[in-house]
Ligand binder design. Structure first.
Ligand SMILES: *[C@@H]1O[C@H](CO)[C@@H](O)[C@H](O)[C@H]1NC(C)=O
Ligand SMILES: *[C@@H]1O[C@H](CO)[C@@H](O)[C@H](O)[C@H]1NC(C)=O
Length: 456
């Protein structure tokens, strides 16, 4: 039924599309000042954008599709967009700092979306966050269905208890990232054996793991650590998020396009260690691989020879490298054990010296990239002190100035303007998508931003 309606709506829109693209935008409401007072009874998914921002323009067609789909499946979530530059006071009340910012607003709560900007991911987020915080699993079939459907999810098993209160608290903060269910013991699949009830379990990597208050500590931080699959395809965004877990991250840095055996072997070694040594290492380690070394090189301020394995400490920005190639699973396990017992020397870190090195490194790469993208601008910026001196000399030696000089300066300032605009875009993008050059965030700094309790 819903699919039929959706199909019809899509066809309708496709027909309309032929006539006028703009009409499809009707599914996204353009919001203004009145939004602040009118929004209270509804759940809203809002794109706060700036007209000049390139990433916002890229999001716009996706956002229109999100609006269309939410409407056609009959979602209670309303989709809107707000020009955050025109209504900056409202935007700043909602904690908008970069563009585009996607938020789901539900009563007094504002949930930030930080995932990939694709239609499906955004819609999944909206469904998850707008729905029940804890979803009951009424039957064993439902249990099994969820196992097929979600790569990672959490389940509370048992009746009312203090643990359940903590579970609800944790869910209200972490619902932006993952799914929370509850079930009674009766509907638990037989293969699950629990020593005691109530219990909190995570299902992932084709298995389940039980929360142990004494060994795992605080429930929220356990969930925050366990919400990732054991082995991941890493990118800058994910590495930044992993900073919240305080784990060591073991990454095979490879070139996915390179078919030589060294690359594929290294990847499978890490996969094997992640799978076969989970019990030993999962509390301290996250495993994965990363395609290409650009990001890691900026992070480490080093030039790595790909393929290689790097172990990053997300708490203090230190890292570990082996001076030889890892040849086997045993090699990798030995490397990890040596890191844990402190016999491998850590490099990097966040000491004053490292920060100084980072500053110089960043300055150097900024200068290089400015010169690469706009030599005129580069000369203008870094040649300025020299320029001032030569203009002074020029002024001294020539009494009359001609127009040519002026024209040249106009050229420079125009290109300066252009690249300033580009910089602004980049800057706000960096806030949303951490990339190379930004050190890993210290543990515990992330999730606070994600959920901002609003009390207006
Ligand atoms: C693939 O990687 C190997 C090192 O493992 C390197 O010698 C070779 O040049 C790479 N090939 C390509 C096409 O980059
Ligand atoms: C990682 O960093 C934290 C915080 O500085 C530190 O306590 C921990 O020992 C480090 N881990 C390793 C293996 O060096």
């Amino acid at each position: 039924m819903a699919a039929g309606m959706r199909g019809a709506a899509l066809r309708l829109c496709a027909a309309v599309l032929l006539l006028d693209v703009a009409l499809c935008k009707g599914f996204v409401e353009d919001l203004d000042e009145s939004f602040k007072d009118n929004r209270k009874d509804d759940i809203w998914l809002v794109d706060f954008y700036a007209p000049w921002c390139g990433h916002c323009k890229k999001l716009e067609p996706i956002w229109n599709e999100v609006g269309l789909e939410m409407k056609s499946i009959g979602s209670p979530v309303k989709v809107g967009k707000m020009d955050a530059t025109s209504y900056s006071s409202i935007a700043s009340e909602f904690g908008v700092r970069g563009y585009p910012t996607i938020k789901l607003l539900k009563g007094d709560l504002a949930y930030n979306y930080r995932g990939p900007r694709t239609k499906d991911d955004i819609i999944e987020f909206a469904h998850r966050v707008s729905g029940a915080l804890i979803r009951p699993l009424p039957s064993q079939q439902m249990f099994e269905h969820m196992q097929k459907r979600h790569r990672v999810f959490f389940v509370y098993i048992g009746g009312e208890s203090p643990l359940k209160e903590k579970y609800i608290d944790a869910a209200s903060e972490l619902i932006v990232y993952t799914y929370f269910f509850s079930a009674s013991e009766e509907v638990c699949p037989e293969h699950i054996t629990l020593k005691e009830l109530p219990a909190v379990l995570v299902f992932k990597d084709g298995a389940y793991f039980v929360y142990d208050e004494y060994e795992d500590g605080d429930l929220s931080s356990w969930i925050n650590r366990e919400r990732f699959q054991n082995y991941l395809t890493m990118d800058g965004f994910l590495l930044y998020e992993l900073g919240d877990t305080g784990k060591l991250v073991a990454v095979a840095v490879i070139d996915e396009k390179n078919v030589s055996v060294e690359h594929t072997r290294l990847k499978s070694i890490i996969q094997e260690v992640a799978r076969d040594y989970r019990d030993q290492f999962h509390r301290d380690f996250q495993f994965g691989h990363m395609d290409g070394s650009d990001y890691i090189n900026t992070l480490l301020m080093d030039e790595l020879n790909v393929p290689t394995v790097v172990v990053l400490n997300t708490s203090n920005q230190q890292y570990f490298l082996l001076d030889r190639q890892i040849q086997s699973t045993e090699d990798m396990v030995q490397f990890i054990n040596r890191i844990l017992d402190g016999t491998v020397q850590a490099q990097g870190g966040d000491s004053i010296l490292q920060r100084l090195k980072r500053m110089i490194f960043d300055a150097k790469s900024t200068i290089v990239s400015v010169f690469k993208s706009s030599p005129v601008m580069g000369c203008f910026l870094f040649g300025l002190p020299l320029g001032v001196i030569s203009i002074m000399c020029y002024g001294i030696y020539t009494a009359d100035t001609d127009g040519g000089h002026l024209e040249e300066r106009y050229e420079v300032s125009r290109s300066e303007l252009e690249s300033q605009e580009a910089d602004e875009e980049e800057e706000s993008a960096a806030e949303q998508e951490p990339r190379g050059g930004r050190p890993l965030l210290p543990a515990g700094q992330g999730p606070k931003d994600v959920l901002e309790k609003k009390t207006d």
